[in-house]
Design a protein around this ligand. Structure first.
Ligand SMILES: Nc1nc2c(ncn2[C@@H]2O[C@H](COP(=O)(O)OP(=O)(O)O)[C@@H](O)[C@H]2O)c(=O)[nH]1
Ligand SMILES: [Mg+2]
Length: 318
């Protein structure tokens, strides 16, 4: 078992959603390990091409067509970069997407929070400003893990406790992976709000059962629009993974990302050195370093390492 498989075992134990389970199983079955082994082999082949240049330096062009080296380098560089692109959503899959529900007081945020959660967790009242603290809860939406946050409505207020709640809301908004903005009718503060938020925002019209708001909104009373909203949230938070499907490998941890970052940087450094006319043996050290980065990522481990480094950290048997 390699380190990636050991991590996958821990992920499988911790999985709280179908998407996390499928991903952990794919990694356990060497999906990511095999991909990395293939990349490693490609880099070694590139290194072998360079070795011909090292052995025959006196020949002008060398025995290897430079175009062949460029094509091999470009292909493997592209594949490492593609795998690295899965990191943001892969890590999100590991932690759960932070979904912050925002909007004016009384917009229906807490009601929607409860509806998405499937339990009455937040207090719902007709009195604006009821939710003063941010409440966080785990939810599974379309099979994907989310951390749902219900916030105090954003409004100017003189009330001290409510003001603290609004401050907390702003902190959550800054950390959000996506924001669900609720409005009962056209909210004049919406544009100003959208301009402040960096994360993608899904705007939803609430209380569709009253006031004849027309189609497209949601109602927690009739359930109208909730399936569409769930799909939309999954699409915004995990669209890249949805498009990739379950067969393509994905990286799910900061450890994976930093190792791939290193491999990519060494591949780039190799190309720069080559372009600057550095001698072939010296450029090849970058390829060797890229291979080492991938080896660290796959992580050949002994059974003792597995027990010490992974299972202990996840408190198996507690
Ligand atoms: N008819 C109807 N009323 C709703 C709906 N969603 C929320 N409400 C009502 O709107 C009021 C404010 O809801 P709440 O969830 O506390 O809003 P918040 O202040 O944004 O958290 C409450 O009286 C809810 O019962 C809905 O879909 N339909
Ligand atoms: Mg509320």
């Amino acid at each position: 078992m390699d380190l990636l498989q050991a991590e996958a075992t821990a992920d499988l134990i911790d999985a709280g959603s179908p998407a996390q389970r499928r991903r952990a199983l794919q990694q356990l079955e060497r999906g990511l390990s095999d991909r990395l082994a293939a990349l490693r082999a490609e880099i070694l082949e590139l290194e072998a091409l360079i070795a011909y240049d090292i052995d025959f330096p006196e020949e002008d062009e060398g025995p290897v067509n430079p175009e062949r080296v460029r094509a091999a380098w470009s292909a493997v560089r592209g594949r490492v970069a593609d795998l690295l692109k899965t990191a943001p959503e892969g890590e999100r899959l590991h932690e759960g997407a932070l979904l912050v529900i925002a909007g004016r007081p009384n917009a229906g945020k807490s009601s929607l929070f409860n509806a998405l959660l499937g339990t009455e967790r937040a207090i719902v009242t007709e009195i604006p400003g009821t939710t003063r603290d941010a409440i966080e809860a785990h939810a599974v939406i379309e099979g994907f893990p989310f951390r749902l946050v219900d916030t105090a409505g954003l409004r100017d207020t003189d009330e001290r406790i409510e003001r603290l709640g609004i401050e907390v809301s702003r902190k959550y908004l800054a950390a959000a992976d996506l924001v669900l903005f609720c409005e009962e009718r056209d909210d004049p503060s919406r544009e100003a709000f959208l301009a402040q938020v960096k994360a993608p925002v899904v705007v939803v019209r609430t209380k569709a059962d009253v006031g004849g708001a027309g189609g497209g909104g949601v109602s927690v009373v009739t359930g109208a629009g909730l399936p569409e909203l769930r799909r939309r949230l999954a699409e915004v938070a995990f669209g890249h993974l949805l498009a990739l499907g379950d067969v393509e490998p994905v990286v799910t941890r900061a450890r994976h990302r930093s190792a791939l970052d290193r491999a990519l940087a060494e591949l780039e450094a190799f190309w720069r050195a080559r372009a600057e006319g550095v001698d072939a043996a010296a450029t090849a050290t970058h390829l060797r370093a890229a291979v080492v980065a991938l080896d660290d990522l796959i992580g050949a481990v002994t059974p003792e390492d597995v027990l010490d480094r992974v299972f202990a950290a996840f408190c198996v048997g507690k």
